[in-house]
Design a protein around this ligand. Structure first.
Ligand SMILES: [Zn+2]
Length: 510
């Protein structure tokens, strides 16, 4: 039975100006790939001007639900490059796992992702990881200019709920109070500061009174918490972790005093055992590390000592004997584990050589194919000469036959040239990719140490997609679920003594 695929193409707004990756080119390339591999194309989904950082793209969602409905029919999603689908490894894997349920796999028309060969699967893993780190590098470049803008007290990105951006002379924009929402923000701060109401209550009340986001949705619990701890409302702009805050060039909505009172109230509630948000920078290992006694994820909290508060990680279960561990102890131990887990240069060299050798074999198959394509090309050229001779010198065929044949040969040649391009496309790819992966891995401990919460979590989940378990004496890796691949496995086969799998289901955005 012939395989059936859908094609997914995407350009981001930034890319639209660049050449070579137009939607048409992407689609043509995917179609050629399908034709070559005997895959029938059932539909083409085209996304314009969306970024690959999230899977929250309307056409992507449409495609996924289309695939879900036609689950018995469609077996492949074909993209020009994997980065069309995702630059974020977690969402890419979530998508893979989601699709696997429907027995659908992802194919890249230009990248050498072997079918189900182990090398192919591993490559797919590094490719996704590397493209994620690249995406980080890109954002780092814009970070600096953002930092400059912030140090002059300006709101960059979009204004938080309660503010709106207004264009002023010289093309700049400044933040001003949003007359509809600013009063709600102020009221929220006042009510929370009183200590008499829960966040949930205040949020519900204000929603009833008409407090909605700019997209006319009710403010979510998460957004509401962020509002309450966002110092922008008191007129401050955070430049960076190192530099700290500067005064903004806009009117505050709440006073410093009110803001601080709210922070104090929130903190008190938190320490009374209220749930912390997962994105607390104080506890990067929260949720990622599981308790070695009972298997529940560890959480973080601040505990009072005699004179000051100390950060701890502790087991969520009250009845568990694990108890708690000082933040510094757990994180130092984690760093040690990270350092010890990094494969040695010898190991890396051996794995690299093995992979390159395997790849070399595939490569020679590719070269053979290339040679055969060349032969076909030559035979087309000979046919063309024969045709010309038959029409002009021998007058054996009429004009319309001549033109028809010429046209047919031209199409044939185009198809072959296309295939040639594809076979050569993957040629130098692997060594380069491997080097990138090696760089990423060898610097990973310092990347974690110096990184912010986001980077830290990214490192954690890239290296240990299934998380880690800590037993107070040693660390155990939880094997990743589904088709997740740990890039460590690529270089350190000796590390594969894994614990029993746990059922972690990656969440796909609805
Ligand atoms: Zn426990």
């Amino acid at each position: 039975m012939a395989e059936v695929a859908v094609i997914y193409c995407r350009v981001s707004t930034a890319e639209q100006a660049q050449e070579g990756i137009s939607l048409e080119a992407q689609e043509a390339c995917c179609r050629a790939f399908c034709q070559k591999n005997g895959i029938k194309v059932q539909g083409v989904f085209v996304e314009r001007g969306e970024s690959a950082r999230t899977t929250n793209r309307p056409i992507l969602q449409e495609m996924l639900s289309f695939c879900g409905k036609k689950r018995k029919l469609i077996t492949k999603i074909v993209v020009y490059k994997i980065d069309r689908l995702s630059r974020n490894k977690n969402s890419y894997f979530a998508m893979q796992v989601y699709l696997k349920k429907y027995e659908i796999s992802i194919k890249s028309a230009t990248e050498p992702l072997g079918d189900d060969s182990p090398v192919g699967r591993l490559l797919e893993g590094i490719l996704a990881s590397v493209s994620e780190f690249e995406s980080d590098l890109v954002s780092q470049r814009t970070k600096l200019s953002m930092q400059q803008a912030r140090s002059s007290g300006r709101i960059v990105h979009s204004a938080p709920v309660g503010y709106m951006m207004r264009k002023i002379e010289g093309g700049k924009s400044i933040a001003v109070h949003d007359p509809q929402r600013a009063p709600f923000v102020l009221k929220a701060f006042k009510m929370i500061a009183s200590g008499d109401y829960s966040q949930a209550y205040v949020r519900r009340l204000l929603t009833c009174e008409g407090f909605l986001t700019r997209k006319s949705n009710p403010v979510s619990g998460q957004t509401f918490r962020r509002i309450l701890s966002n110092r922008t409302y008191a007129g401050w702009i955070k430049v960076s972790d190192e530099i700290g805050y500067v005064r903004g060039d806009f009117e505050p909505i709440v006073s410093d005093k009110l803001f601080l009172r709210v922070q104090k109230t929130l903190e008190e509630k938190r320490c009374r055992g209220a749930r912390l948000t997962l994105d607390n920078p104080d506890f990067p290992l929260r949720g990622f590390v599981k308790c070695g006694c009972c298997g529940l994820p560890l959480t973080g909290c601040w505990s009072k000592g005699n004179t000051k508060k100390y950060p701890y990680y502790r087991c969520r279960s009250k009845s568990c004997s694990f108890g708690s561990i000082r933040k510094e102890h757990l994180e130092t131990s984690f760093m040690d584990y990270l350092r010890n887990s990094i494969p040695g240069s010898e190991e890396v060299e051996v794995s690299r050589a093995t992979l390159l050798e395997q790849w070399g074999r595939e490569q020679s198959a590719r070269e053979e194919e290339g040679t055969s394509l060349l032969v076909q090309l030559e035979s087309i050229q000979q046919d063309r000469q024969k045709l010309r001779k038959a029409f002009i010198y021998d007058a054996a065929i009429d004009r319309s036959t001549y033109e028809e044949e010429t046209e047919r040969l031209a199409r044939l040649e185009l198809g072959i040239r296309d295939q040639m391009e594809q076979t050569s496309n993957g040629t130098e790819y692997l060594p380069e990719l491997l080097d990138k992966a090696i760089t990423v891995i060898s610097t990973v401990a310092s990347t974690w140490y110096e990184g912010n919460l986001d980077t830290r979590r990214k490192v954690q989940y890239t290296l240990f997609p299934g998380g880690l378990t800590y037993t107070k004496s040693h660390w155990v890796r939880t094997p990743p679920s589904g088709s997740q691949i740990c890039i460590y496995d690529l270089f350190s086969p000796s590390l594969s003594c894994l614990a029993t799998p746990t059922g972690i289901e990656p969440v796909l955005p609805a």
